[in-house]
Design a protein around this ligand. Structure first.
Ligand SMILES: [Zn+2]
Length: 142
């Protein structure tokens, strides 16, 4: 991956990466839905127009989907794109972790936050049964 996007304003690289991901993986999303998604994730207030402009500047395929037109579906995409406005992230954020929740980090976000497993942890140790097993296994080198 060598894509780097510099831009004026408050578009960050992480936001641009997310936008590209949305364009590629969820081609049914409208600009308004993308704006809502990215605004929610990065706690900014993007407009539909900002998305359209950014897509044009990044050279991503623009889509002009008018009312009543069939949505554009990428023919070679093996996965079915799901038109969800705000994707639900797996696990829990640091702020949602409760005392009894497993603290195994499962995902690092572009914002350098982590998501944690969040399953019921064992009485001893910070992890659930599955992750306790993994934590105490020697790391395999590949
Ligand atoms: Zn766990």
């Amino acid at each position: 991956m060598s894509g780097r996007y510099y831009d004026t304003g408050w578009w960050t690289t992480a936001m641009a990466v997310r936008l590209r991901e949305l364009c590629e993986k969820q081609p049914l999303l409208t600009y308004a839905e993308m704006a809502a998604d990215i605004s929610h994730e990065f706690r900014v207030a993007l407009t539909r127009g900002a998305i359209g402009g950014k897509i044009a500047r990044m050279g991503l395929p623009e889509r002009r989907r008018g009312r009543g037109e069939a949505p554009v579906i990428l023919p070679e995409s093996p996965r079915k794109p799901k038109p969800v406005p705000a994707p639900k992230l797996p696990g829990l954020s640091l702020f949602d972790l409760t005392y009894g929740a497993c603290r195994w980090p499962i995902l690092e976000l572009p914002t350098h936050e982590y998501r944690f497993c969040g399953a019921q942890k064992l009485p001893e140790g910070p992890y659930c049964a599955e992750h306790a097993k993994r934590a105490f296994q020697p790391q395999r080198r590949s």
